[in-house]
Design a protein around this ligand. Structure first.
Ligand SMILES: Cc1cc2nc3c(=O)[nH]c(=O)nc-3n(C[C@H](O)[C@H](O)[C@H](O)COP(=O)(O)OP(=O)(O)OC[C@H]3O[C@@H](n4cnc5c(N)ncnc54)[C@H](O)[C@@H]3O)c2cc1C
Ligand SMILES: *[C@@H]1O[C@H](CO)[C@@H](O)[C@H](O)[C@H]1NC(C)=O
Ligand SMILES: *[C@@H]1O[C@H](CO)[C@@H](O)[C@H](O)[C@H]1NC(C)=O
Ligand SMILES: *[C@@H]1O[C@H](CO)[C@@H](O)[C@H](O)[C@H]1NC(C)=O
Ligand SMILES: *[C@@H]1O[C@H](CO)[C@@H](O)[C@H](O)[C@H]1NC(C)=O
Length: 537
C-alpha cells in the first residue's frame, strides 16, 4: 500500500493469549483424519512434513505469521486442529477429502491478508489448508502467458515477469505481499485497472480442487464455475491451485508522480475536480488519491491529500496530458519520475526511492497493524460537502488510511455479467476507509472503540455513496455488511451481503454453488449458499 502509515512504527508482536483449542471431542475422529491424509497423497512427497498440530513447536508461529490483521488475530481465541502446509497439490486434495470425511471444516489460506481473518478463524472444529508453499510461477513470453500457483504473492509475480521481459506486466494488487490465492476472489485491482481491468479479466484457465478432491481445469469445471470463481469468492466453490494468466503489454519506461496538497492549497476543490477528470482520462493514466489527517501545530489537525499518478508512457507525453486535462493540479516537471514497469510496482507499494526490486520477493508482510476496513462505490460526482464531511470524520480518528481509486476506461467496457465481479460501468471511483491502531492496553476494548469510529465514518458518507444496494468490495471484506454463523445456511442473510458484493450476479452464484458444492462444504461467514437446499425425494 502506498505511503504506508508513518505514524505507527513497525508492529511485530506475537500475540500471547489464552487459547482454547477447538478440538473434536471425539479424538478418534482427529486420529482418523491424520491417518487418512497419507492415503490420499503422493507418497514421493511425504505429507507428514506438511502437517502441523498444536504439539509441533512451530504451530503457533506459523498460525500467526500469515495472519495479516492483528485485530482478527487478537480476537480469535480458537485454533485449528491442524495446519496443513501443502507441499504438493495432492496434500491439498487429501486435506479436502479427509476433512470432509472426518467432520472438520476447512479454511483455505494463501497470503493471509483477509481483512476479517476468514482464512484462519472458524467457530467449529477446523483445519487450515495453507497454500503458501505452493508458489511456483512459470512465465512463457512466447505465448505471453504464465501459470501461477495460489501461494505466490503479487510481488513474486511481478518479479518473475520482469526477469523475462521489460515490456510485459500484469494488472493486480498494489501491495506486494497479497496472496494470489485470495486476491482474485474479489477481482484483484491495481494501477493498471483502467487500462486492462482486473486480475480476473486476464485469466484464461485455472486448476480448482472440488469438494471430492478432484482437480478440475476450465474445460472440466465448465464455464459456469469458471465464471463464478472469477470474482465470486473462490472459497465458496473449492480450492484454487493455480491460474493461467495472459500477460499484458507495458512500455519499457513508465512515469509516476506523488504530490501532496493541503486544504490551504485547495485540496477540496482538487478532489472535487478529480472526480470529473480521473475516470475520463485516457486509459493509460491512473490517479489515486490518498487523503490523510495530519497535525498542524500543537493541537490542531488538518487533512492533506496525496495524488499518486501512474502513466504507461514517457514523461513528455504525461506532462502534455496533465496540462490539458488537469492543469489545476499544478504539476511541475520535477514532480515526474520515469522508471521501468517493475520498478513502478515497488514505488507504488510504498518502498523508499532506490529500493531494489528484490524486495518483491519478500513474501511475508512484516509491518502488520490492527485495522478495520470498509469500502464504498461512488456513481455520481459528489458535491464539495462530500469530501468536507470525510475530512471532518478523518480528523476525529487518530490514524486512518483512505484511498480513492478511479474507475472508467476498461472497467466501463466489461459487462457486469461477464464475470462474477459486478462493479463495472457507472462507477466513478471506489474508496477504501481503513482505520488503524497499534497495540495498547485494553486489547479488545480498544478494538471495539476503533471499529465504532469506522462505522460512524461510514454512516456519515452514506448520503454520497451508492445505495440500493450500498455496494461493497469483496476483497475489502467487512462483516458489517452482513454475515452468518459458520456452517449455517440462511438465504436471507446471505442475500444481504450477497447483493452488496455481487449485485445481480448473486443469484447466478448461488445456482453455480448448488452445482459444484450442493452440500455446502466450502463455507464461511460470508460464503455463497447453494440455491437448492433440499432435494425432495
Ligand atoms: C496490505 C493490503 C493491501 C491490499 N491491497 C490490495 C490491492 O491493491 N488490490 C486488491 O484488489 N486488494 C488488495 N487487498 C485485499 C486483498 O486482495 C484481499 O485481502 C485478498 O483476499 C488477500 O488474499 P490472500 O491470499 O493474501 O488472503 P487470505 O486471507 O489467505 O485469503 C482471503 C480469502 O480467500 C480465500 N482463499 C485464499 N486462498 C484461496 C485458494 N487458494 N482457493 C480458494 N480460496 C482461497 C480465503 O479462504 C479467504 O476467504 C489488500 C489487502 C491488504 C491487507
Ligand atoms: C461431542 O460430539 C457430539 C457428536 O459430534 C456432540 O453431539 C456433542 O455435543 C459434543 N460434546 C461436546 C461437549 O462438545
Ligand atoms: C510435527 O511433529 C511430529 C511429531 O513430533 C513430527 O513427526 C513432524 O515432522 C512435525 N511436523 C513438522 C512439519 O515439523
Ligand atoms: C496550519 O494552519 C495555519 C493557520 O490556520 C495555516 O496557515 C497553515 O497553512 C496550516 N498548515 C497546513 C500544513 O495545513
Ligand atoms: C529518486 O532519487 C533520485 C536520485 O536522488 C531522483 O533523481 C529521482 O527523481 C527520485 N525518484 C523519485 C520517484 O522520487
Amino acid at each position: 500500500m502506498k505511503a504506508s502509515i508513518s505514524t505507527i512504527s513497525t508492529v511485530l508482536i506475537f500475540v500471547s493469549l489464552s487459547i482454547s483449542l477447538v478440538t473434536s471431542n471425539d479424538t478418534v475422529d482427529f486420529d482418523s483424519f491424520l491417518r487418512c491424509l497419507p492415503t490420499h497423497s503422493n507418497p514421493l512427497v511425504p505429507i507428514a512434513d506438511a502437517i502441523l498440530t498444536p504439539k509441533n513447536s512451530s504451530f503457533e508461529y506459523i498460525y500467526q505469521l500469515r495472519a495479516s490483521n492483528l485485530r482478527t488475530l487478537l480476537s480469535s481465541t480458537s485454533r485449528p486442529v491442524a495446519i496443513i502446509t501443502a507441499l504438493h497439490p495432492s496434500h491439498a486434495q487429501a486435506t479436502v477429502v479427509c476433512a470432509k470425511r472426518h467432520g472438520f471444516q476447512v479454511r483455505i489460506r494463501s497470503g493471509g491478508h483477509d481483512f476479517e481473518g476468514l482464512s484462519y478463524t472458524c467457530d467449529v472444529p477446523f483445519v487450515i489448508l495453507d497454500m503458501f508453499n505452493l508458489h511456483s510461477i512459470n512465465v512463457d513470453i512466447e505465448s505471453e502467458t504464465a501459470w501461477v500457483q495460489a501461494g505466490a504473492t503479487t510481488g513474486e509475480l511481478y518479479y518473475r515477469i520482469a526477469e523475462k521481459s521489460n515490456v510485459h506486466g500484469f494488472p493486480s494488487g498494489i501491495s506486494t505481499t497479497v496472496g494470489i490465492g485470495g486476491h482474485f476472489s474479489g477481482g484483484g485491482y491495481g494501477f493498471l485497472m483502467r487500462k486492462y481491468g482486473l486480475f480476473i479479466d486476464n485469466v484464461i484457465d485455472a486448476q480448482l480442487i472440488d469438494v471430492n478432491g478432484r482437480i478440475l481445469n476450465r474445460e472440466s469445471m465448465g464455464e459456469d464455475v469458471f465464471w463464478a470463481i472469477r470474482g465470486g469468492g473462490a472459497t465458496s466453490f473449492g480450492v484454487i491451485l493455480s491460474w493461467r494468466i495472459k500477460l499484458v503489454r507495458v512500455p519499457p519506461r513508465v512515469t509516476v508522480f506523488t504530490v501532496p496538497r493541503t486544504l490551504e492549497q485547495g485540496a477540496t476543490d482538487l478532489v472535487y475536480r478529480w472526480q470529473q477528470v480521473a475516470p475520463n482520462l485516457p486509459k493509460d493514466i491512473f490517479i489515486r488519491l490518498q487523503p490523510q489527517p495530519i497535525n498542524n501545530g500543537s493541537n490542531s489537525r488538518t487533512v492533506r491529500v496525496l495524488f499518486f499518478g501512474h502513466f504507461l508512457g514517457k514523461t513528455n507525453r504525461l506532462v502534455q496530458l496533465m496540462n490539458t486535462n488537469f492543469p489545476e493540479l499544478g504539476l511541475q516537471k520535477s514532480d515526474y519520475s520515469e522508471m521501468s514497469w517493475v520498478e513502478s510496482t515497488v514505488y507504488w507499494a510504498g518502498f523508499p526511492n532506490g529500493t531494489s526490486v528484490d524486495v518483491l520477493l519478500d513474501r511475508v508482510r512484516v509491518n502488520r497493524l490492527f485495522s478495520k476496513t470498509k469500502s464504498d462505490y461512488y456513481k455520481a460526482v459528489i458535491p464539495k460537502q462530500g469530501p468536507e464531511t470525510l475530512w471532518e470524520a478523518m480528523i476525529d480518528i487518530e490514524d486512518i488510511m483512505v484511498q480513492m481509486n478511479p474507475y472508467g476506461g476498461r472497467m466501463e467496457e466489461i459487462l457486469e455479467s461477464e464475470t462474477a465481479f459486478a462493479h463495472r460501468g457507472g462507477n466513478l471511483f471506489m474508496v477504501m476507509y481503513m482505520v488503524l491502531w497499534s497495540e495498547s492496553e485494553g486489547g479488545i476494548d480498544t478494538a471495539a472503540r476503533y471499529v465504532e469510529l469506522s462505522r460512524k465514518l461510514y454512516s456519515r458518507m452514506a448520503p454520497y455513496a451508492s445505495r440500493n444496494p450500498r455496494e461493497a468490495f469483496l476483497n475489502y471484506r467487512d462483516l458489517d455488511v452482513g454475515s452468518k454463523e459458520s456452517s449455517e445456511i440462511d438465504f436471507e442473510i446471505a442475500k444481504e451481503y450477497g447483493i452488496k458484493y455481487f449485485r445481480n450476479n448473486f443469484i447466478r452464484l448461488t445456482s453455480v454453488k448448488a452445482m459444484i458444492d450442493p452440500e455446502n462444504f466450502f463455507e464461511n461467514q460470508q460464503s455463497i449458499p447453494p440455491l437448492l437446499m433440499r432435494v425432495t425425494q
